[in-house]
Design a binder for this molecule. Sequence first.
Ligand SMILES: CC(C)(COP(=O)(O)OP(=O)(O)OC[C@H]1O[C@@H](n2cnc3c(N)ncnc32)[C@H](O)[C@@H]1OP(=O)(O)O)[C@@H](O)C(=O)NCCC(=O)NCCS
Length: 176
Amino acid sequence: MILSTPRLDLRELTEQDLPALRAILQDAETMAAYEGAFDEQGVRDWLQRMRDRYRNDGFGMWAVVLRETGEMIGQCGLTLQHIMGVDVIEVGYLFNRAHWHRGYAVEAAAACRDHAFGSLGANRVYAQVRDTNLPSMNVAIRLGMTVRGRFVKHYRGVDMPHLAFAIDRDDRHHGG
Ligand SMILES: CC(C)(COP(=O)(O)OP(=O)(O)OC[C@H]1O[C@@H](n2cnc3c(N)ncnc32)[C@H](O)[C@@H]1OP(=O)(O)O)[C@@H](O)C(=O)NCCC(=O)NCCS
């Protein structure tokens, strides 16, 4: 177990999570900000990248398990990213659509943010959000983050304007 919150447990993704991962990564609405659903190879490559991150960095996007049912309902975690010319640590969140609007994303992401400041000693935690992705911006705002800049990300052959949200270690007591 990596992290626990009142309702959720975060642990590493495994092969057993492939069906739950497909339900997230192959859902067109969930993946709108990523320019659409992944095919089977895209899902397997995603899982492999996360396992590589666990091994190389010690963290990545983790499985979010609803403790009450044991169901894997989403992914949330920390990844190393290169944003606006700087190597940074980012909190990411992607949930199964059946489990949106219950506060799970903020609950999981807040635990990841605190883990980054605490165990990992980060001074700043980012969230890069596509400029069309209002639900994701609301999560970032609820994490106490503010907009630090704008940039264009090239992903899957598309230019995507993004906002760089972040919270600093010293901001923590002012934010959510
Ligand atoms: C981004 C994403 C995780 C946000 O999901 P979400 O359900 O809006 O966020 P939360 O789980 O934190 O839930 C917050 C909502 O639940 C409501 N809520 C209900 N019960 C709640 C509770 N017990 N505690 C807290 N909030 C609760 C809040 O009021 C809030 O509603 P609002 O946003 O309409 O005001 C989701 O939209 C998603 O998976 N998107 C696709 C992937 C993606 O784009 N990821 C981000 C890439 S940058």
